[in-house]
Structure formats: C-alpha cells, structure tokens
Design a protein. Sequence first.
Length: 307
Amino acid sequence: MEIQENILLKNYTTFRIGAAARYFIVVRNKSDLTKAIRWAKEKRLPFFILGGGSNLLVADKGFKGLVIKIQNTKYKILNTKIITGAGIPLAALVALSAKNSLTGLEWASGIPGTAGGAIFGNAGAFGESIADSVSKVEALDVKSLKFKIYDLRHCGFGYRQAIFKKNRNLIIFSIELRLKKDGRERITAKIKEYLDYRKERHPKEPSAGSVFKNINFSELSEKKFPEISQFKERGDIPAAYLVDKCGLKGKIIGGAKISEQHPNFILNFNNAKAKDVEKLIKLAKKKVKKKFGAKLKEEIEYLYSKR
C-alpha cells in the first residue's frame, strides 16, 4: 500500500480544477482499500472516494485528508452477467458489453467516469439508468470494515440517487450487472447514435457534465408557465432549459462559463478556479428561483476539507 503526498487533484478530474490532496492512494484490491480506511481512521483524517472524477468540483485549497482512488478494473462475463470492479471506466464497460453482444448499457456511451461512480449517483441518460441493469453491489462498510452485498431492492435507487450516496459509510467495490443478448450490429449502431448525439450537443471544454438535476414537472405551474407543456410527457423539465430562459447562456465569471451549447454545463475555458464555478452555480440557482420559483439542486459533488 503506497500512500503519496500532495497530489494535484485537478489532474484527476474532468473539470481540471482543484488543488492538492494531502494524502492520495490508488486502490486495486479489497485488502488495500481496508488498509487505507484503517490508516485514515488511525490518523483521524477525513477521506474521500474518487472514481473517474467526472462529476466533481475540488476546492481551490485542496483536501487535507486522504483521497482514495478506486481503480479495480477486473471483470468476468457469465452468459448475460458482467461482474466487474467499480473502477472500470464506463466507456470500457460499454465496449465490453457490445463485444459480447449484450445490450442495456448503450445509453452510457460517451459518459466519462467509472462504473462505481455511475452506481453512486444512479447515472442515466435517454430515459435509462444504471439501476435498470444492476443486480448486486458489493460495498465496504467503513464502520465494521466488512464487505457486504446489496441486491437491487436494497440499493435505494432513485433519480440520481442511491443508498451509497445517502450513506457515505458504504464504499462501492464491485458490481454485478444483468444485461440481455442482442445483435452486435444493432448494439453498435445504437452506441454510435448516442455518441453522435453527444458530440453534436455537448461542449468539448473541460467540465463536470450536467451541473444540476432536472426539475420534476409538477414543481412548476403549467398555467403560469404554459411553455413548459412541451415537457409534460417526459415528466421533468431540463435544468438546461431553465438556465437558458434566465438568460445565462455564455455567462462568464473568472475562467468559468455557462455553456452556450448546453446551459447545464459549466466550462473551465480559461484556468477557472472552483470559486468561479461556485459563483455561477449560485447565480443560476438564484435566477431560476426568482423566475420560476423552482429550486435547482446540484448533480455534481463537492470536495472540500470543511463544508
């Protein structure tokens, strides 16, 4: 187990923002994960579990505890099941399923991050989510330092939500996915369709993806805002639509900018600081609340020493 010191975290996030972690370790097996947690406990240090860093804003002052990067990527395929470590990149998982003529993960094409991160926040797109394919999750209970199995009904999946997000004492280590057989050509065609969609609509500059969760349709008055009727069938109102309607497309603070292409993305276009991004987040929440009476909630996670 090798614990490194003062590792720059911006190199481990898709935002490319953030100072150093006081301590940093890459974990590839159960033994090292358990040792790392025990070490942090003994030193009375806070710790943070890092996957692909794709949904994360790291503080300008960094993190004074231990960052544990989960990088267990071993997998096995049993008929229509994929059993994999939480550290496997989503892109690799999608490619793996396509290669083995397994359908169910095409929606994740082009989404950065890891399988563990996807489970943590129940990642999804195009009306589907990772919860649709999960059968079991293995997690380390930080309190007992024992690994436990959670089947689908005990994972507490909801919109961008799971038990692992609510209970930070549970660290996702491995996942069992149940998929379905389909023709490889059909699967790869769907993957290409989703990748093309993202290339066309999503900005290329460093970002953390969607900053805010979408708003449930029932939270806004259709009578007061008749233009939202276009979203009635889908059941929620895109956060990007609300931010756009507040005239915030292209808004710049410091080195951060609300994307013109996709207003639910905040871009690091010029060496942005975390404080720049935070100011834009606060501004968007304030404007949307004032105009629509709706409260935007972040989809991204924050990594701060004290918050």
